[in-house]
Design a protein around this ligand. Structure first.
Ligand SMILES: Cc1cc2nc3c(=O)[nH]c(=O)nc-3n(C[C@H](O)[C@H](O)[C@H](O)COP(=O)(O)OP(=O)(O)OC[C@H]3O[C@@H](n4cnc5c(N)ncnc54)[C@H](O)[C@@H]3O)c2cc1C
Length: 382
């Protein structure tokens, strides 16, 4: 847990307020800034784009939330903790942020991952079910996934609502927003020719991280197709996020725009958000349509409402990088296509690193020097 500085009696020990800079105002930067503010730090966030806009990975209509991670109890517990923190942010921002629908894993015969997920979640006292084809259809008419494992804590987070809400909250709590950072060190930032000194700098620049630090991660192009699902009427509201482990395809229903986003979790080809035309190939669109049509046949001919390309910052083992460089720059990167759900917890951990407090999560597996970063790519459950 967070260690707070002990309060002394008798005379004032008030120290000058610490000043810290966060580079990158995506979800990780926003949540880090928020926790620093809550600890009484004066924070400046640098980003060339207003929060909730721009080419970063945090801007989209829906991000899947789930706690199932096979047998990986540490990630499951981090996800469950993050869920509680999201609930806290719903209170602070005064609006719903997580639409709990359940997260369904389509089961293959003899599927270890689904079984491991179910067993581990149940063992930890978290809600999960194994369902027959009939039970799935009864709960979600029109969803023909066959037998499935359902993580009942899963659902959909709305990144735009979250980032816009955080922007207002941060601004009203005194956070200053500045543009593009040019030079960045552990205690200074150069922006538009002005160098500003800070007690600590935190780098949460997503796909742009390698501009300043040599972290081992790959930026890959991920194609997204948003299908018009308005034909489902009110059934869309209750539809779970669903995914297929082996192929990597997944579907995220987003009620507010009446769509289902289909994408593939396996890392795509190398790329970078700067300068990418964000065009989706006809082949990918065809595969996405086949995936959707296989499980929701009545959407087999649905119109495509939007096509987009987003970029994963992926590590070989799909674990994050939460660490400090030898000279003290705090780095949060490599979120590998599954970081959004953990953002409130990651923000706390990065703030704890910046403040010199014991982080509430064991950070050994998230070290920027771990050997696994140079190993073979791992395939992670979607
Ligand atoms: C297609 C896709 C699907 C995903 N699906 C899921 C999901 O379903 N569930 C889940 O949990 N996670 C998911 N993720 C992962 C999650 O969205 C990311 O892990 C998360 O958004 C990363 O946030 P970030 O703040 O690290 O990076 P970003 O959001 O990319 O933020 C980095 C910021 O740095 C800024 N920046 C760039 N250059 C500079 C500069 N010079 N100075 C200052 N700022 C700069 C950029 O403008 C940007 O705002 C998905 C990611 C993608 C791409």
């Amino acid at each position: 847990m967070t260690r707070m500085a002990p309060k002394s009696k008798g005379f004032s020990t008030s120290k000058p307020q610490q000043r810290m800079a966060v580079i990158g105002g995506g979800i990780m930067g926003a949540m880090t800034a928020a926790h620093l503010v809550e600890q009484g730090v004066s924070v400046t966030v640098y980003d060339p784009n207003p929060m909730g806009t721009g080419p970063g990975a945090s801007v989209d209509t829906g991000r899947s939330f789930r706690v199932h991670y096979g047998e990986d109890q540490a990630l499951i517990q981090m996800a469950a903790r993050s869920r509680n923190l999201w609930m806290g942010w719903e209170q602070k921002l005064g609006r719903p942020l997580l639409h709990t629908t359940g997260k369904l894993l389509i089961e293959e015969p003899g599927d270890r991952h689904a079984l491991d997920s179910w067993r581990t979640l149940r063992g930890l006292g978290l809600r999960a079910d194994r369902m027959s084809q009939g039970a799935v259809l009864e709960e979600w008419p029109g969803l023909h996934t066959g037998a499935a494992t359902v993580d009942r804590l899963g659902g959909v987070l709305d990144p735009v609502v979250i980032l816009q809400g955080l922007h207002v909250w941060l601004a009203s709590n005194g956070v200053e927003f500045r543009g593009e950072a040019l030079e960045v060190s552990s205690d200074s930032v150069d922006c538009a020719g002005t160098k500003t000194e800070f007690d600590r700098v935190i780098l949460t620049a997503g796909a742009w991280t390698q501009r300043w630090v040599d972290v081992t991660m790959e930026v890959t192009r991920q194609e997204l197709v948003y299908f018009d699902a308005s034909a489902l009427g009110d059934r869309l509201r209750r539809l779970p996020v669903f995914s297929h482990m082996e192929s990597g395809f997944y579907a995220i229903p987003t009620v507010k725009d009446g769509r289902i986003k289909v994408a593939n979790h396996h890392p795509g080809v190398l790329g970078h958000p700067d300068g990418d035309a964000r065009r989706v190939s006809a082949d990918f669109e065809k595969e996405a349509r086949q995936f959707l049509g296989r499980y929701i046949p009545e959407l087999a001919e649905a119109d495509v409402a939007r096509r987009y390309v987003c970029f994963y910052s992926g590590t070989a083992d799909r674990d994050f990088i939460l660490d400090r460089t030898p000279d003290g720059l705090v780095v949060g990167a490599g979120f590998s296509g599954h970081g959004f759900k953990f953002a409130p917890l990651i923000g706390r951990v990065l703030a704890q690193l910046a403040l010199g407090l014991d982080p509430e999560v064991d950070l050994e597996r998230f070290s920027m020097r771990r050997p696994a970063l140079r190993g073979e790519r791992t395939k992670l459950a979607v």
